[in-house]
Ligand binder design. Structure first.
Ligand SMILES: NC(=O)c1ccc[n+]([C@@H]2O[C@H](COP(=O)([O-])OP(=O)(O)OC[C@H]3O[C@@H](n4cnc5c(N)ncnc54)[C@H](OP(=O)(O)O)[C@@H]3O)[C@@H](O)[C@H]2O)c1
Length: 261
């Protein structure tokens, strides 16, 4: 399927590969013949992932680390290049969602979310971009979210990081276009993963994780700036964002059931 058009990718680095989207994506890339370096904190999960890939004839190599640790992530970048070769594709997917409200204001939840989702992504960019820009080659995919399109109830911390990541990717694109490096942003709708399994509300257009991983690989192969799916859901959110604020807030409150809480 998509493997033909990602054939220039020999080595990929996937963060957040111990679970959910990152795990499925690592397996999907490995199934296409890509040598995959997998990062997350849980080394045991990465080991199980590597073993699963091996049974399917693919190669996934664990590089456990915490994305908030800049020195450790820099060392991982060097270790991957030494062990597998130059990183052709980096999928910066590690992230967490902590629901927050206004009162009580949980500052710890905000800083933790900012640290992993924003600083963690910047740490990974610092680990891959110098080599990519020097080679004038490589691709980066930043996994943000449709939550970054506009404010949603309980998403003040998470949504702020995802809006920030979309803007970060948009802004870097100007520079990277001149450096021969491709940057894309992935904005999935709801995907069935351990992170969303704890949601108690009905998630519209919930997508199985393997399908989400395939869509991301297809998007990488296609090469446009944004990879978003399922469009019947994500384009509605995009359109809502264009409405005047009073209407936007009213429709989101109704759609999420916030107005009846
Ligand atoms: N599921 C959805 O509906 C959805 C929709 C839009 C966007 N997204 C985004 O997709 C990405 C993956 O989400 P998911 O649903 O697959 O969640 P998940 O199953 O909870 O996976 C999150 C991954 O991030 C890793 N991670 C968390 N903190 C880390 C840290 N400090 N250092 C290194 N790795 C860390 C976790 O590994 P360890 O715990 O082992 O470190 C895990 O592998 C996230 O960025 C999320 O915001 C998800």
């Amino acid at each position: 399927m998509s493997s033909a058009s990602i054939e220039d990718i020999r080595v990929a680095w996937v963060t957040g590969a111990s679970s959910g989207i990152g795990r499925a994506l690592a397996l999907e890339l490995a199934a296409s013949g890509v040598r995959v370096a997998a990062t997350a904190r849980r080394a045991d999960e990465l080991g199980a992932l590597a073993a699963e890939a091996q049974t399917r004839g693919g190669e996934i190599v664990p590089f456990p680390a915490d994305v908030t640790d800049a020195a450790a992530i820099s060392a991982v970048g060097e270790a991957i290049a030494a062990a597998l070769g130059p990183i052709d594709l980096a999928v910066l997917n590690a992230g967490l969602f902590i629901p927050v409200g206004a009162a009580p204001f949980d500052l710890g939840a905000f800083t933790k979310t900012f640290d992993v989702n924003l600083t963690g992504t910047a740490n990974c960019l610092a680990a891959v971009l110098p080599a990519m820009t020097a080679r004038r080659a490589g691709r980066v995919v930043i996994v943000a979210s449709v939550t970054g399109y506009g404010g949603l109830p309980s998403s003040a911390a998470y949504g702020a990081t995802k809006a920030g990541l979309i803007n970060l990717a948009e802004s870097l694109k100007f520079d990277l276009d001149r450096s021969g490096v491709t940057i894309q942003v992935a904005n999935p709708g709801f995907v069935d993963t351990p992170a969303t399994a704890k949601n108690t509300f009905k998630m519209p257009a919930l997508m199985p994780v393997d399908e989400a991983a395939r869509r991301i690989v297809q998007g990488i192969a296609r090469g446009g700036f944004e990879i978003t799916f399922p469009k019947r859901f994500t384009y509605v959110l995009k359109a809502l964002r264009l409405l005047p604020y009073p209407l936007y807030f009213r429709l989101i409150a109704k759609a999420t059931g916030w107005d009846s809480k």
